[in-house]
Design a binder for this molecule. Structure first.
Ligand code: URA
Length: 209
């Protein structure tokens, strides 16, 4: 079932995730740790990206080097995904950023798209969809569908906390998409929150609790 899921196993990621999970973590600390954990996960995602050989000259000698071969587009799912972009854009400033706005209807828990603005070069790009929580998987699947309709072919999905039902949903509809996460939690509660999870990532990030 977990064929295309990469769960990062790293002490730094684990400790940052614990800070995010703790209900006593203040918004400023929450923001900083969310940004930093996002960068760690992005580093894992980049592992398989293609590079191009270049020659560079150090102050002492010419030597071989590598740079990323193609364009990168990062797409946060609004609103909580914006928090992940803050760190990632500092780490990978050459990446263009698209935005997808999908809200979850509180009753049906189904996704409704209210905003979509994507860069034009999606078909040539390595596209990274980001959302801190992979809960029901409905928003992620709707966003992945939008990305594919707009030409994206190489897509990864980075999320801080995934859960089993969300992973199953994404894998059933988008088996080609690699999911990179810091945790896989067992379940969702009746309101669609991941348990144990970390609560509402957007509210905690923006201090709107
Ligand atoms: N969105 C969140 O912010 N948290 C959850 O647990 C599920 C969806």
């Amino acid at each position: 079932m977990r064929s295309n899921v990469t769960q990062i196993d790293h002490p730094l990621a684990a400790s940052k995730l614990s800070i995010l999970r703790a209900k006593t973590t203040a918004p400023d600390e929450f923001r900083r740790n969310l940004q930093e954990l996002s960068i760690i996960l992005l580093t894992e995602a980049t592992r398989a990206w293609t590079t191009r050989d270049i020659e560079i000259e150090t102050p002492l000698k010419k030597c071989a080097g590598k740079i990323l071969a193609g364009p990168v587009v990062i797409v946060p799912i609004l609103r909580a995904g914006l928090g992940m972009i803050d760190g990632m854009s500092r780490f990978l400033p050459e990446a263009n950023v698209g935005h997808v706005g999908i809200y979850r209807d509180e009753k049906s828990l189904r996704p409704t798209t209210y905003f979509c603005r994507l860069p034009s070069e999606l078909s040539a790009a390595q596209v990274v969809l980001v959302d801190p929580m992979l809960a029901t998987g409905h928003s992620a699947c709707a966003a992945l569908e939008l990305l594919k309709k707009n030409g994206a072919t190489k897509i990864q999905f980075i999320t801080l906390v995934a859960c089993e039902p969300g992973i199953a949903q994404v894998q059933s509809q988008h088996p080609d998409v690699q999911i990179i996460t810091a945790a896989v939690d067992p379940e969702l509660n009746e309101s669609g929150y991941i348990v144990p999870g970390l609560g509402d990532a957007g509210d905690r990030y923006f201090g709107t609790l």
